[in-house]
Design a protein around this ligand. Structure first.
Ligand SMILES: [Zn+2]
Length: 254
């Protein structure tokens, strides 16, 4: 009997699963982005726009990625029919934007989590603590347009919580936000990171942001801000605590 479908051709690293194991020499033939992707797929690791993939990038590969992105962006400029040869303004644009993506605005994808020292809650702090506003500079995954905003984090520690320095909250926040993001997912990611490290009784996060894809394109509504929040543990159970957090936050906003 003949099979109904012809057998599948072997999968390449660009497909969902690598069919064959590649040795180092074969991997070295690939571009850096394909090499990194091969490792991610092999490890069954998600690599969405807002995921951190730094564990899969080897030394020197970030520079290779930069060169690769620069070459592709140059092609985008050519496809936009921009004469980057004689237009001195756009001559180095591809290079500048590649560097900006990989080492500035999306660096939270390519660099490991900032070093954060945790110390035990010796003095058994159990009062509501609010960190913020922390400035958010992000970009939407849909249009790669900037998202500029502020984040407040409310933490209710217990005696088993690990404490981290105040400035570290801002650094963790920046690390998560400097990726193409969706605001709802960004606050959840931030909440998960803090929950895992600090292990508080309650955790509340509020983010308020301007989405430039609303101003620059689309409905061109300049007044619109998006506000969303995540409440966990005692902030969910205790309405008074929630009220206290939100009123302290309103006072700060004013
Ligand atoms: Zn957008």
């Amino acid at each position: 009997m003949k099979p109904e479908k012809p057998p599948m051709p072997p999968l390449s690293p660009l497909d969902s699963r690598p069919a064959i194991f590649k040795n180092d020499d074969e991997l070295a033939q690939l571009s850096a982005s394909r090499r990194i992707r091969y490792r991610l797929v092999g490890a069954d690791c998600r690599y969405h726009a807002n995921d951190n993939i730094s564990a899969f990038i080897k030394e020197g590969e970030l520079d290779e990625l930069k060169a690769e992105v620069q070459a592709k962006l140059q092609e985008v400029l050519e496809a936009l029919v921009i004469d980057t040869e004689s237009d001195h303004n756009t001559h180095d644009t591809a290079k500048r934007v590649a560097k900006m993506f990989l080492t500035e605005v999306f660096k939270g994808r390519y660099t490991p989590m900032p070093d954060v020292t945790e110390f035990p809650n010796i003095t058994r702090l159990n009062e509501l603590m609010i960190v913020g506003p922390v400035t958010v500079r992000s970009a939407c995954s849909h249009h790669l347009c900037p998202i500029m905003g502020r984040v407040w984090m409310g933490i209710l520690p217990n005696e088993h919580s690990n404490l981290i320095g105040l400035s570290k909250y801002a650094r963790i926040c920046e690390w998560i936000m400097s990726r193409p993001q969706i605001q709802e997912e960004a606050v959840t990611m931030l909440a998960n990171e803090l929950q895992g490290r600090v292990k508080p009784d309650g955790l509340a996060i509020v983010m308020e942001a301007d989405h430039f894809c609303m101003h620059w394109r689309g409905v061109k509504d300049t007044g619109a801000k998006m506000i969303n929040s995540v409440m966990r543990g005692s902030f969910l159970k205790d309405a008074n605590l929630r009220r206290e957090f939100l009123s302290l936050l309103d006072r700060q906003k004013a």
